[in-house]
Design a protein around this ligand. Structure first.
Ligand code: 5GP
Length: 213
């Protein structure tokens, strides 16, 4: 493809689900296979889990640090989740959109609503459902990172998170990880081709048929 037809606005791809539905794995597989997508790294006041890396999985900050980021207007959205605060830094989102890159968000329904209000036309929202609540609990336990108490708490909140599914444009049931990733890729491919996002088409078509039409 030549340059003008390639030019397009970047997408904000939101993946939401109750934790344990496979969202992080789907995100990782998409990032590995598509160099035009970068991950938004959120800030959080939640303590680091074993194996998590600061500034890669999250920017781990304390309450005062999070307050300072709010005061500076650093967040495009933020919300309390499971007793901690999570927020999306604004600067990387603006950079990605300006450069026509896509950015992937692993955020909850509260953050999705705020992003929708702030930059809805660039947003593509996808909700991932688990195949069953039993399977969800099994996946949470097999991670081995959370205590029984935390798992019970996450299960009790999962139903209320799932209740927000109608607010999303696309809803997938994660029965099979590879199939789910393929579906996410298909959504991204189609969304990139939308006329409204393909700013390069205007000059391409003008060159094609001339300015009189
Ligand atoms: P976890 O603690 O398991 O990493 O994440 C808990 C929940 O917080 C997940 O549902 C995740 O999508 C959500 N989350 C992570 N980062 C953000 C963020 O920046 N903003 C919002 N609103 N939610 C987030």
């Amino acid at each position: 493809m030549d340059q003008p037809t390639r030019q397009r606005r970047g997408l904000l791809i939101v993946l939401s689900s109750p934790s344990g539905a496979g969202k992080s794995t789907i995100a990782r597989m998409l990032l590995e296979s598509d160099k035009d997508v970068t991950m938004s790294v959120s800030a959080t006041t939640r303590p680091k889990r074993p194996g998590e890396v600061d500034d890669l999985d999250y920017h781990f900050v304390d309450d005062a640090g999070f307050d300072a980021m709010i005061d500076e207007g650093d967040f495009v959205e933020w919300a309390p989740v499971f007793g901690y605060r999570y927020g999306t830094p604004k600067a990387p989102v603006k950079d990605a959109l300006r450069e026509g890159r896509d950015i992937l968000f692993d955020i909850d329904w509260q953050g999705t609503q705020q992003l929708e209000a702030a930059m809805g036309e660039d947003l593509v929202s996808i909700f991932i459902l688990p195949p069953s609540m039993n399977e969800l609990e099994h996946r949470l336990r097999s991670r081995g990172t959370d205590s029984d108490e935390v798992i019970a708490d996450r299960m009790s909140r999962a139903a209320s998170e799932i209740s927000h599914w109608p607010e999303y444009e696309y809803v997938l049931v994660n029965r099979d990880m590879d199939q789910c990733v393929a579906q996410v890729r298909a959504i991204v491919a189609a969304e990139r081709l939308k006329r409204t996002r393909r700013i390069g088409l205007v000059t391409f078509v003008r060159d094609l048929i001339g300015p009189a039409h």
